[in-house]
Design a binder for this molecule. Sequence first.
Ligand SMILES: NC(=O)c1ccc[n+]([C@@H]2O[C@H](COP(=O)([O-])OP(=O)(O)OC[C@H]3O[C@@H](n4cnc5c(N)ncnc54)[C@H](OP(=O)(O)O)[C@@H]3O)[C@@H](O)[C@H]2O)c1
Length: 250
Amino acid sequence: MRILILGGTTEASALARCLSGRSEFSPLLSMAGRTSDPRPLPIPTRIGGFGGVEGLARFLVEERIEAVIDATHPFAAVMSRNAAEACAQVRVSLLALRRPPWTAQKGDQWIEVSSMEETVQALGDEPRRVFLTVGRLELPPFAAAPQHTYLVRTIEPIRDALPVPHVITIQDRAPFNEASERALMERERVEVVVTKNSGGSATYPKIAAARALGLPVIVVARPQKPRGVEEVVSADAALEWLERHHGRTP
Ligand SMILES: NC(=O)c1ccc[n+]([C@@H]2O[C@H](COP(=O)([O-])OP(=O)(O)OC[C@H]3O[C@@H](n4cnc5c(N)ncnc54)[C@H](OP(=O)(O)O)[C@@H]3O)[C@@H](O)[C@H]2O)c1
């Protein structure tokens, strides 16, 4: 069974590992190519866009794909919409593998916003020390608030994405742990944390560390994903769906 996994997440990689060595499945993992040195995986991989809905629909037919697993990041809204439209057009089954969002716990001081522009507003006029963990591509709106000092952590170098006077950069990738997140925030005298509501455990320690230190967290809500697509929350559940859906339980 030919499967296309739309990846770029921990969950997509976990599913790729579950499927490797299963002779009844022939999976292909697709990544956008945003990370220059992605971690190697034990299944065939392709990199780069398909060329919108039409390009993806053509790819599905040409590659004789029988099921698509949309395991893109919760903030990758365009790819998910394209997948829903292309799969409907060429009648290929689609499952979304999506981790649940984080929810505020007792002691959290969350400020929930719906865009990066709103986040910039929520930081206020007074200069603050901001831990910015939103991804390299989301940095430009923060140039509108050059009074703050930004501690920016990204996977790739940020180059000139945030042209403000006070920027400290860290290149690192998840998973993180609470003790080191707490130590980092204390050392850099962080006053406020900014994050997308990505969900999952790999980047959650910054939320727990902020709670422990009594720091506010500005949480950017997820964009709308296409409705009417069946969803699961784990790689194991996606594997069960693949087995059940095609009646090939070993
Ligand atoms: N946005 C985030 O916060 C975030 C965080 C961590 C990881 N990621 C991962 O990074 C990738 C890109 O995210 P994004 O926010 O730029 O997505 P996006 O805005 O939804 O997608 C923009 C375009 O990138 C291409 N693309 C996206 N995901 C792809 C994939 N898995 N395989 C092939 N092409 C893909 C598609 O190009 P075409 O139209 O040409 O097909 C898509 O139209 C995704 O795989 C996502 O899972 C995103």
